[in-house]
Unconditional design. Structure first.
Length: 217
């Protein structure tokens, strides 16, 4: 499952145009690094607002993404079938991440297309209890807290994935928690992050005042 050139173009279209090669400012360098990362990855927030399709027809709306037990990659996509389609016998269900491909969606979302020949599973076939899935539901991880090594707490605003294998590559964290707007978001590499299961929040091996090189904006 490869991210297609159409998707890469759609992601790049949101970027500010490239800066002249000469005399690049630090901000321009940060922006270029951010664009390079985002052109090779996919946003969970955008996926959660997308559809599940069979490549041609709408099957349902993405309800949630479920990480694997290690918390490092997407394992399942949960979807719900909206009215009026649900009145025609279609049921909510799920599909394994290995069986979907990412496509550009409408209104900024990313649609997930089920591979040809792959049947979606009914919801009662998912062998994960609510308690087991608690720390693995992406829409719950987004807006949860992340603690840095100096004890500072900040909110996770998005999770970034490798579209080929569903691996988490970065967390997007808002550093300025006093701002009404998301003015100071940074990309935190996933290999710096771990879940503190005892206290129920994500931790980072670096302090908040570490010189994070990649800003989202």
């Amino acid at each position: 499952m490869k991210i297609n050139s159409f998707l890469a173009t759609a992601l790049a279209a949101t970027a500010l145009g490239s800066s002249p090669a000469m005399a690049q400012t630090d901000w321009e360098k940060d922006r270029a690094r951010y664009e390079a990362i985002m052109n090779e990855t996919a946003s969970a927030e955008r996926m959660l607002s997308g559809d599940v399709t069979n490549g041609f027809n709408h099957i349902g709306d993405v309800q949630n993404l479920v990480l694997d037990p290690t918390g490092t990659r997407i394992e399942y996509v949960l979807y719900e079938v909206p009215y009026p389609y649900s009145t025609f016998g279609d049921e909510d269900g799920f599909v394994r991440w290995d069986n979907v491909a990412i496509e550009p969606g409408t209104v900024g979302g990313l649609d997930l297309a089920i591979d040809d020949g792959t049947e979606p599973y009914a919801k009662n076939e998912l062998e994960i209890t609510r308690a087991e899935a608690d720390d693995r539901l992406v829409n719950r991880i987004i807006e949860s807290n992340m603690m840095f090594s100096d004890g500072s707490m900040r909110e996770i605003s998005d999770i970034i994935f490798d579209p080929d294998n569903g691996m988490v590559t970065h967390y997007v964290v808002e550093f300025d928690d006093d701002s009404l707007f998301d003015e100071d978001e940074r990309l935190i590499p996933a290999d710096w992050v771990s879940l503190d299961e005892r206290r129920g929040y994500w931790t980072v091996s670096q302090p908040l005042n570490y010189d994070y090189e990649i800003w989202v904006y």
